[in-house]
Design a binder for this molecule. Sequence first.
Ligand code: COA
Length: 416
Amino acid sequence: MDAAILDVSVATPKYYVKHEELAKARGIDPDKYRYGLGCWEMAVCSPGEDAVTLAAQAAFDLLQRHPNVADQIGLCVVGTESGVDQAKPIAIYLHQLLNLPKSCRAFEVKHACYGGTAGLQMARAWTQQHPKRYALVITTDIARYERYSPGESTQGAGAVAMLIGSAAAEQTLLTLSKESGVHANEVYDFWRPTYQSTAQVKGKFSISCYLDGLVEAFEDYKARENDHTEPDYFLFHVPFPRMARKAFRRLSDHKGLNYSDEMIENVFENKVEPGLWINRRIGNIYTGSLYLMLAGLCEREGEKLRDKRIALFSYGSGSCSEYFTGTFGHNLPKPHLHNILNWRKEVDVATYEQLHDEALAMERNQSLRIELEDLQHPFTFLGIRDHERIYKRNDLAIQSTSAKDNDSISPTIRAC
Ligand code: COA
């Protein structure tokens, strides 16, 4: 029995804005966003949503589907670069909101967008040592850039929760390769100083750091792992969807595959696009974007994934890169990811701008405008009092979510 990903779920905020509308408002050709960056819709948080509530929603949904394991969770790791406190980790808020067992390690991992992969690898090693217990790995982020900056169109928000445990292939979603290729390299390509609520980024430089990290990590993987067959699918870290296309081209060229432009379009369509469609509709969720793509792939391909092999590439600015592979198991139940998209409401650009500015102001002056509807959600951020963040778990909302069909109401959706 191997330690594996047993299941995955996704949560995204209740609002989104269309890139077409954002382009019009910024006087930019919509084709630049749609084709140049590959972005279609961008998730936007309401005032009562933050990295904690998104994480709680994703993990809650996951645990609801696995009630038998809830009291055997011994590790709760959160990968994020949207930490809400310099010392107190998001994991401990989750521990309380989700009623996790007292005998449970709860902590946060940070390395830009790489934090989720660091948490996942740690959780695998831990469950290998504790085969009767389970780990929760949650990635949660709100990608926020300054309005009108080049990064603005690559924002997004969401959380992905993964259940890790030791199981036979019939019960697993994805078993990961024993070896990974890793590459660490100190650079200033993307960062967020402790005194800022939005990120600093050298956009073009970050793209070249990502691509260099991919090649180096792949070389390291090749030297460690004996399996050199071409994977059936590829999942990449997705700061914006066109980045996956750049990464696939670079990797294919590096391997000497000599794809013509036409050939690469076909291979990309079959091996990368099946997961990427969901990133186009949610935007960048930093630590979770690679795993969001995994959820997207499960949704699109379903049972076709049985025993198929995938390659995964994780990149965190700053920087740390990891290339690894995985084999799908047989636990590939009917996906419902589309519901998460149907649950959302579209907002216009003026509303997005107001929500964006309010969120930044809240970090400074700690005053929050709560939308009444937010109080009906399972988890709500109520604001800050005496420097303490206050969260509400709405058991009535939880009961009604549990009682009804997941397909029709829940903001968190079973992805696979
Ligand atoms: N129609 C179609 N495509 C168009 C277009 C149009 N009208 N106008 C521009 N494009 C294309 C460009 O050719 C370019 O494609 P290419 O990268 O294949 O050459 C792409 O759209 C982006 O245009 P560019 O001028 O480079 O955009 P930008 O200056 O706004 O910056 C980023 C783009 C990604 C650098 C910027 O959004 C950013 O800083 N993002 C955050 C950082 C990030 O995500 N880093 C990734 C690594 S972690």
